[in-house]
Design a protein around this ligand. Structure first.
Ligand SMILES: Cc1cc2nc3c(=O)[nH]c(=O)nc-3n(C[C@H](O)[C@H](O)[C@H](O)COP(=O)(O)OP(=O)(O)OC[C@H]3O[C@@H](n4cnc5c(N)ncnc54)[C@H](O)[C@@H]3O)c2cc1C
Length: 284
C-alpha cells in the first residue's frame, strides 16, 4: 500500500515551519527522520493533508552547552548523538543505550525529536530522558515553553505537544555530581523494540544509592517511574540485598499493559527481571 496524497513543504527555517503548522483546519504533520512516519503513512495509519519536512532547518541540528545544561536540537540524529563529544563526556548513559535502538540504518536517519514526539511506550529514549531529568522545548509561532520529560509523555503515542507546536530541543542538566547507571532490556532479537526494560541512575562516587531514579519502559502506556523503588534504594549501600529486594517488590501493584507478545502478568515479571538486572548493572 502507498500513502494517500499529501502536500509537501520544505521550509528553510524554523519560523517558516511554525507558520505552516498554524493552519487549524488541516491535518499537518512534521517529518523528521521518517523512520516511523513513512511506514505509518504507507499503511495509511497517518494521512496528513500537509507534510512539513524539517530536514533543511539547520537551527534544529546542533548540540550545545548552555549554562548548566546541554541543548540537543530535535533534528539531531541518533548517529550524531553517538558521535558527539559533548554527549560522550556528559551522558555516557545515552551513548550506552543508542546501540539498543533499532539498527544502524534507522539510527542514521532517526532523530531524538522524532522519538520524543512519537512517544512509543517501547522506545528507550523517553525513559532515558526522564532518568536524566531532561526538559522538552516546544515552540509554536507564538510561544516557546519547556515541559519536564516526566510530564511530557501522556500515553501511547500521546504527549503534551499541541498540533501547532514542534519539539525544538531536548535540554538535559549537566548534573553537578555525575551519574552512574544500570540499563537492561528484554528483546526477541537485538535491535527489536523492547518487550520490557529498566533504567536506574544514581550519583557517581558513592557506595550508597543517592538521588536514584528508576524507570521502566515497554510495560505500560508510557514510561513508568517507580518512586517507591527509588525510596527503597536511596541511602542504602549499593550491595544491600534487602533494599534491592524491596525495590523490586515495589514493581507489584503497578498497572501493566499487554501487547502483541505478552500479557500483563508476563510484563510484570519481565519488568522485575529488567529492574533486577539494571540495578545489578550499576556496579559494573
Ligand atoms: C524496524 C524499526 C525498528 C525500530 N526499533 C526501535 C527501537 O528499538 N527503539 C526505538 O526507540 N525506536 C525504534 N524505532 C523507531 C525509530 O527510532 C524512529 O526513527 C523514531 O522513533 C522516530 O524518529 P524519526 O526521526 O524517524 O521521526 P519521524 O518518523 O519522522 O516522525 C515520528 C513522529 O513524530 C513527529 N515528529 C517528528 N519530529 C517532530 C518534531 N520535531 N516536532 C513535532 N513532531 C515531530 C512526526 O510528525 C511523526 O508523527 C524503530 C523503527 C523501525 C522502522
Amino acid at each position: 500500500m502507498k500513502s494517500s496524497a499529501f502536500q509537501y513543504e520544505l521550509p528553510e527555517d524554523l519560523s517558516a515551519a511554525l507558520k505552516l503548522l498554524d493552519s487549524n483546519d488541516m491535518d499537518i504533520l512534521p517529518l523528521a527522520g521518517g523512520q516511523s512516519l513513512m511506514p505509518m503513512m504507507n499503511f495509511r495509519l497517518a494521512q496528513p493533508d500537509i507534510l512539513v519536512d524539517l530536514n533543511k532547518i539547520d537551527s534544529l541540528k546542533n548540540i550545545t552547552i548552555e549554562a548548566d545544561s546541554v541543548k540537543i536540537g530535535s533534528m539531531v540524529r541518533y548517529c550524531e548523538l553517538e558521535q558527539s563529544e559533548i554527549i560522550q563526556k556528559h551522558f555516557p548513559l545515552i551513548i550506552h543505550v543508542i546501540p539498543y535502538i533499532a539498527h544502524s540504518a534507522i539510527r542514521n536517519r532517526g532523530t531524538l525529536g522524532g522519538s520524543v514526539s512519537l512517544a512509543d511506550p517501547a522506545a528507550e529514549m523517553p525513559s532515558i530522558l526522564i532518568a536524566l531529568n531532561a526538559s522538552i522545548e516546544l515552540s509554536s509561532s507564538k510561544n516557546t515553553r519547556l515541559v519536564n520529560a516526566e510530564d511530557f509523555f501522556k500515553g501511547i503515542f500521546e504527549t503534551d505537544k499541541k498540533s501547532n507546536e514542534l519539539v525544538t530541543s531536548i535540554n538535559i542538566p549537566i548534573s553537578s555530581s555525575p551519574k552512574k547507571f544500570g540499563f537492561y532490556e528484554v528483546t526477541r532479537r537485538h535491535g527489536d523494540y523492547a518487550m520490557a526494560g529498566a533504567v536506574v541512575t544514581s550519583d557517581e562516587g558513592q557506595d550508597s544509592f543517592n538521588e536514584t531514579r528508576v524507570i521502566l519502559f515497554a510495560v505500560s502506556t508510557k514510561p513508568m517511574r517507580l518512586i517507591k523503588s527509588e525510596a527503597a534504594l536511596n541511602g542504602n549501600n549499593l550491595n544491600n540485598q534487602d533494599a534491592i529486594s524491596t525495590a523490586i517488590d515495589a514493581v507489584n501493584g503497578n498497572t501493566f499493559e499487554s501487547d502483541l507478545h505478552n500479557d500483563e502478568a508476563t510484563k510484570e515479571t519481565l519488568a522485575k527481571v529488567s529492574l533486577k538486572r539494571a540495578i545489578g548493572g550499576l556496579n559494573g
